[in-house]
Structures are given as structure tokens and as C-alpha cells.
Design a protein around this ligand. Sequence first.
Ligand code: NDP
Ligand code: GDR
Length: 373
Amino acid sequence: MAKTALITGITGQDGSYLSELLLEKDYEVHGVKRRASSFNTQRIDHLYEDQHTSNPQLRLHYGDLSDTSNLTRIIRDIEPDEVYNLGAQSHVAVSFEAPEYTADVDAIGTLRLLEAIRFLGLEKKTRFYQASTSELYGLVQETPQRETTPYYPRSPYAAAKLYAYWITVNYREAYGMYACNGILFNHESPRRGETFVTRKITRGLANIALGLESCLYMGNIDSLRDWGHAKDYVRMQWMMLQQDNAEDFVIATGKQYSVREFITWAASDLGITLTFSGTGVDEVGTVEAVIGDLAPNVQPGDVILRIDPRYFRPAEVDTLLGDPTKAKEKLGWEPEISARDMCREMVVEDHKAARRYALLKAHGLDLPVSLEG
Ligand code: NDP
Ligand code: GDR
């Protein structure tokens, strides 16, 4: 019998890759999507069949992690074998501006799902995956970070996710539920939200290369991260629910780079050699040379990167580096795509999108390019 999965956050980056993976494995996939005033299913539109055909394998339900009765009803109707809780207000900087909402959705939203499973008597049937995060480590207490490293959250987002982490452990211990945390380090892809740092860089530089924007405004470019590819990481999310016993795992590559290095890679994938000069908020990125024809609107001497303190966070996580040894040894999981190759893939996709915009513009069909960072 085909398994049934429920994914919260199905319209997000990970939700889209996980849906693809589960559909390939013949799951019946259900997703919770939020009501929005414009379409928000772009990342999964390619998977969505006409719902009028018999037995579509992917079904969407309106819902929200802040709505207990809605979540309980969806779980009652579906009785899923597996729940993947990927839904969240997932932007760390935004969580400083909307701390209460972030806590409600990211922390209490997790409790609502676990409690719905228990309340409906599904605690021995339904397996639960919680999207935990390397942000739990915050002000790091040990390097590299592993499953036993103490947590020190540095944002309302991380504090909310810490509650979600522990309530997941608690439901496992208290009620014998198969519930586990994937402590995932940053993972990216061409489907990454446009305001996270990697995508902001690849999209911004591709737009600059084709004359759609003139300058990229960044925050702390000395920040260090362990970046993997979302496609590799959702494979691990599924694997974590297929074990005999529920356990928590760190998912990371074990390699670390700075935001500055990522900027240099993306620029070089567009044929741009960038040099940095100045310090602190006065640092700038200047074009030293341009090779090839991917960046026709950029000249040597152009300043295409500046620091904008608006993007500094009230408390920063300066460095994260994960140790995925447990995942490798117990599950045989290895990341297949390097950060460098992922950057190239993201630049290629963003350059294609920028070319489409530039072409429309050249034909008088001027669509606005959103510059929100
Ligand atoms: P995204 O921001 O791309 O996706 C978040 C998803 O959650 C979207 O589908 C969004 O819907 C949905 N969502 C937001 N608020 C609510 C709400 N109130 N009720 C229901 N759904 C909601 O995140 P990612 O795919 O990158 O990440 C998936 C999960 O993994 C998140 O929980 C994130 O915190 C966590 N995580 C991510 C990491 C990463 O590097 N990507 C690393 C570690 C953890 P909509 O499309 O309508 O906005
Ligand atoms: P992060 O990802 O906060 O690690 O959370 P993000 O890409 O937003 O930031 C990474 C680092 O880059 C620095 N930075 C900037 N970040 C953004 N967004 N915009 C900028 O202009 C900018 N300039 C520098 C940040 O200060 C930070 O140090 C992500 C999210 O996906 C979380 O949901 C997830 O839990 C963690 O990764 C693991």
C-alpha cells in the first residue's frame, strides 16, 4: 500500500524537493498551503496534476500552523503515515521584527501538530519529522557542531526552534511517538527564497550583469556558513523517518565558507573579477575585469557591492560548521553536491531569469524587478 505523507511548508524550498522525492517513491502527498492574495505555489506547480482527474497523487489543503482546529482536521482526514513539519517563518532577520508571530508558528505550531497526532490516537501510526536548525547552536560552544553540542540560540527564530526541538524530543519520550529532529545546516538551491543570502547574491549579481540592477547591498559578509544543497538534505529528511527507532541527526557538509567567498564565486561564474576595498560599512566591491559575454552591462571600475547596515542583525551567528559523522555512519548519508557547484547552478538559473526580464524590457514589456533584500 502506498504511504501517505503530510508536508507543512510544501510551497517552500524544501517542501518542493521533498514532494518530488516522495512522489517518485509513490507516496500520496498532502500539503498545507497558506491562503495568500497572489499565487504561492510556483515551486510545486510542475508537480500538481489537474485535481479533476481521478486520484491525484499530490493534494493541497488550505491551512496555517497558527490554526489548531484546521491542522487537527487535516490530520484526522488524512491519517498520514508521515508528517514533515517544514512550515515556518524561516527568516532569522525577520524574526527580530516579528518575534511573537515567529514563536507562534515555529514553536507552538510544532506543538499543535504533535498534540493533534496524539489527540487523534495516531501516536503509534504517524511518524513525525521536525525541521530543526543549526541556528540552535547560535553562539557556538564547540566546533564543529554535533548532536551533543550545547545550544545557545541568538534570535527569536532560534529560540522558537529550540522549543520545537525539545517538544519533539518530549513527545518521543513521553508518548513513545516516532518523532525526530533533523538539525540541518544552511541548504540552498535555485529555489531558495530570494532574501536569503546565497540567492540574494546569485540573483542580484545576475541582474547587475544584465543591467536590471546596479548594486548589491549586503550585511555581514564575513559570516561563515556550512552550505549544502536542498536536494541532498531532503533525502536525509526522508531517511530519518525510515529507521527502526527515532533519533536526531545533524545534517551538514563539514565544510565552511564566508559570505564574501560565495560572492566571489558567483561573480566569477558571471565572468566578473571582484576586488574588495575599504573596511566595515565603507567596504565596497569593485569590478576589476570582465571575461566572456555573460555580464555585458558591467565594466571594470564599477562599484557593484556596498554594505548596508540595515542588513546587520541585532545579534549575529558569526560561524557555523557541522559534523555529519552520525548521519554518515548510521544512515550512510553523504552530501553529493558541493557548495561551489551549487553556486554555479544557482547563477545559471538566475542568469536565465534575468535574460528573460532583459528581453522583455528590450521589447518594451518592462516588468518591475523586486529589489527587496
Ligand atoms: P522556506 O521559507 O522556503 O519555506 C517555508 C514554508 O513554510 C513555506 O511553504 C511557507 O509558506 C510556509 N509557512 C510559513 N508560515 C507558515 C504558517 N504560518 N503556516 C503554514 N505554513 C507556513 O523554508 P525552507 O524550505 O528553506 O526550510 C524548510 C524548514 O526547514 C523551515 O522550517 C526552516 O526553518 C527549516 N530550516 C531551513 C534551513 C535552510 O537552510 N533552508 C536550515 C535549517 C532549518 P509560503 O510559501 O506561503 O510562504
Ligand atoms: P541564516 O541564513 O540566517 O543562516 O538562516 P541567511 O542566508 O539569511 O544568512 C546567512 C548569513 O549571511 C549574512 N548576511 C546576509 N543575510 C541576508 N539574508 N541578507 C544579507 O544581505 C546578508 N548579508 C550578510 C547573515 O547575517 C548571516 O550571517 C538560514 C535560514 O534558512 C534558517 O531558516 C535556517 O534555520 C538556517 O539558515 C540554518
